[in-house]
Structures are given as C-alpha cells and as structure tokens.
Ligand binder design. Structure first.
Ligand SMILES: [Zn+2]
Length: 476
C-alpha cells in the first residue's frame, strides 16, 4: 500500500508546478469544507512554501540555546526561548508548566581493547547509564548478535564479563528498522546485570557508517538491576567486529562516568490561537523542546518546534482566527521517557475530551512523507479531503491507522483523542539521530517550509471542520 501511495504522490509532484496559484489548486468540489475554507488553507500553504521563517527559528534555537537536556544549564534557556518565540509569533495565553524529573548528566566514556591488540574505540554513554567504579572495569568481551541472543544465553557465559551487542539497524523510509534494533539499547543493560555481567556496550542504533556514536534512552524500571552502558560508533563497532571475527579472545577496558542530578525541574511551554467560534474546542499540535546533549538537536526535535511554530504564526496572523482554538505545546523531557507528554496528560486529564484533534512533529528529515489518519472510519474521508491540499506538494496519503500521532501525545491518544500523523521521511533520519552530528547544517530551509506548509493547512482545516472528529473504536 505504501509503495503505491508513494508512486501516486510522486506523480502528483511532477504534475504540479512549484508555486501553484491557490485558486487553481482548490477547485470547487468539496464535501466537508467550503471553497472559502479551502482557499484560506491553500493561501496558508503557499505563504509557508514561499518562506515560513521556520529555518530562522531553528537557527535561533540551535545557536542561542544549544543542546537542551533537562537538568542542563541550557534547559531553562530553552524554556525561556520558547516563551519568547511563542509570544513573538502572536500566540496568546503563553505559559510554562513546570514539572519535576530525575536529572542525569553525561561526564565521560571510554572503551579500549587491551588484547589481542591495543585499540581505542569511539563511544558515548547511553542515557542515564550509571558509572563504572572510578578507573573503569576490565574484562573479557562476550559478543551477541541481538538482545534476544543475550536473553537466551546461560548466565555463566556472561558473569564477570563485558557484553557487546552487535545488531545493526536497517535503513527504511518508514524507520521500521529502529524497533528491532533499539531493544538492545533499551533493555540490554538490565539483562547483563541479571546475568552478572560487568558492563554493556552496543553498536550504535543508527544507519550511518560514521564515527559519531548514537546515545538514547535506556528503560530503567524502579528496583531493576542495571550496569554501565555505552554505544560504540558504527565505525568503532566495525573495528571491534573485525577483531572478534579473528576468533581470539578480546579483552576490553570500559570507563564510564556520569552524574545523578537528583530531582530537577523542566517545563512544557504552551501557547494558543484562541478560536473565533468554538474556543473551548482544541486542536493540539506538539513537538519536543528538549534534545540530547551531544549536539544542538537541530533535527530531533528543533525541526518539529520550528515548523509547527512557523505554521502557528501564519495562522495567528489571519484576519479571522479559525473556529476552534489551536494549542501549540513544546514538550519538555521527551528523550528520557516522554515525561513532558505524561505530565501534560496528567495535569489536564479533565480537559482531554475537549481536545478534538492532535498532531505532533517528531520524526523524519527532508520533506514530510505521508499523512496517516487516527480517526474513526466516518472521518477518514474528511482527512482525505484535507489531504487534497497537501497531496499536490508531494505528501502521500496512507489511509491505514497505526494508532500513532506522535510520542508525547501517546497518553492523550490512549485517553481517546483523535488526530493524524504527518509521517516524516525516515530514510536518512537515523544517520544523525541522537549523535553529535544532529546540527543545523543537516537541515534545509525549503524542507522546513514544506513541513510548515503541510501543518498550517491541516491545522487550519482541523480547527475549521464543522463536524467533530472521533477516535477509532477500540479494536481490542
Ligand atoms: Zn525526538
């Protein structure tokens, strides 16, 4: 299905000129929207494509603030930046909603082969990894291809040793290689600890062949054992694999040092375009403000913040606001476990029934790829009609519901919020994801304008749609 959709959408790209006149593109045959509503949405789309200003917002965030992990000095700067940027974009009711979280800070990590040769390997700690004893630990390396192989191993194979999981993530446009590989990062540490191992090193969960290691969250359950854990760059993993392939015992020295910051405070930042007709009904759009600490989080998720904010700024500048309120949320502390999304859902549980549609931008690099609905069957044709405004740009349509509209919105979706996912292009996303190379130079202004155009058109129409979206019926 997706392959078909992609070919169809590419045909549309080639048949449409770059800057179509909004009226030519709109036509008159609509079931759910008026021609005037379509024209306004098309004008928003064209204004964004002609220069949404999203890149300038991203440049400001990444150069004036930098990396934005909760507990770091730059995190409160990011919250202040978002408050200012939301106000400057013409949003109303701009506020921050602080919440407490357990903070962690990276200090240093090194992994060196000591036998059969001496070799230093490029490495970084996994998020929230504990430290080795000062001076590090040495041990024989025991390799596993996958997390599942580690789970199946006899504890005697692992006890007193250092584990290496070597699975390499597959490249795919929909990012589907991530799930099977990332379990090594998420759960490997606990399995090594249970079997009496000393430390875990994994091949980075990324599709590049570079020397940038990829960090990322581990799943840490209360009271569960853990070990110090780090990721080798893909280049370093290749070097280590070559040694292992020679069949001789490999000994390594691992020194990981990090800091437990105790309880720290971060915040979600919220702003609104108050609705002109039904202000108590809310269309929600989100992205996450935090980033890992190795770079400036230009792609993950500065891009999402910049494109949704640029879209909201265009809508806020309309002579008449759309019928429903549009609420923009810059979520805090997504990377270490969706903490901002959970804090928002917990603090606003009573209001969730008033959130009639939700979207989030937190995936993909380049132009956004495909629109996927998360609404009940009767509203799928409404989404399809909304898509007609972005289809000619080259965004595909995939009517299948993956029950997903974005990570921070997961608890809202669980509570029955409908919405849609503008699914990004994952082909090159995992080349720089969570690395020191997630920097502004990898992003293009025209791609951000493209995404801002799609969000502006869809958010406007969701806020104008005269009917009420419903979530799909429970399938369980
Ligand atoms: Zn992200």
């Amino acid at each position: 299905m997706l392959r078909f959709v992609l070919i169809f959408s590419l045909a549309l790209v080639f048949s449409a000129c770059n800057r179509p006149d909004p009226d030519d593109q709109v036509g008159t045959e609509y079931t759910y929207f008026s021609v005037n509503q379509m024209r306004t949405a098309a004008k928003l789309r064209q204004d964004a494509l002609s220069g949404s200003g999203a890149y300038a917002l991203l440049e400001s965030l990444t150069t004036e603030v930098g990396g934005r992990l909760e507990g770091s000095a730059d995190d409160p700067k990011a919250v202040a930046w978002a408050m200012e940027a939301f106000k400057a974009a013409g949003l109303a009711n701009v506020r921050s909603e602080p919440f407490p979280i357990h903070g962690w800070a990276r200090v240093s990590a090194s992994v060196s082969v000591t036998s059969p040769v001496a070799l230093d390997l490029t490495v970084t700690s996994l998020g929230k990894s504990i430290s080795t004893p000062e001076g590090g630990v040495s041990g024989t390396l025991v390799p596993f291809k996958t997390y599942q192989d580690l789970v199946a191993a006899d504890p005697a194979q692992v006890a007193g040793k250092i584990v290496f999981i070597s699975n390499k993530m597959e490249r795919a446009q929909d990012g589907s290689g991530y799930g099977p590989a990332v379990i090594a990062r998420a759960k490997g540490h606990a399995e090594v600890a249970k079997k009496g191992g000393l430390a875990l090193i994994i091949r980075s969960i990324g599709t590049d062949d570079s020397d940038f290691p990829h960090t990322g969250a581990m799943q840490l359950a209360e009271g569960e054992p853990t070990v110090p854990a780090a990721a080798l760059s893909n280049q370093a993993a290749d070097k280590l694999q070559a040694l292992l392939d020679q069949g001789k015992p490999v000994r390594v020295h691992v020194d990981i040092q990090n800091r437990d910051l105790g309880t720290v405070t971060t915040a979600n930042v919220i702003g609104e375009i108050p609705g002109s007709v039904r202000p108590d009904e809310v269309v929600l759009v989100g992205a996450h403000l935090d980033s890992w600490d190795l770079a400036t989080g230009a792609m993950d998720d500065g891009m999402g913040i910049a494109t949704t904010l640029a879209a909201a700024r265009l809508i806020a500048a309309l002579p008449k606001h759309p019928a429903r309120t549009i609420r923009l949320i810059a979520f805090g502390a997504e990377e270490t476990g969706l903490h901002g999304g959970n804090a928002y859902a917990a603090a606003h549980a009573a209001e969730i029934p008033n959130i009639v549609f939700g979207m989030e931008s937190d995936f993909g690099i380049g132009k956004t790829w495909v629109l996927r609905p998360h609404v009940d069957e009767s509203a799928v044709p409404v989404l399809r009609e909304m898509w007609r405004l972005i289809g000619p740009m080259g965004v595909g349509w995939d009517p299948e519901d993956y029950e997903e509209v974005g990570p921070d919105l997961t608890p809202l979706v669980a509570a029955g919020m409908p919405g849609a996912l503008l699914y990004g292009d994952g082909t090159n996303y995992f080349d720089i994801h969570h690395t020191g190379n997630d920097v502004l130079g990898n992003l293009k202004a025209e791609d951000l304008d493209f995404d801002a155009a799609a969000y502006a058109a869809l958010l406007y129409m969701a806020a104008e749609y005269p009917g009420r979206f419903k979530a799909p019926a429970e399938t369980e």
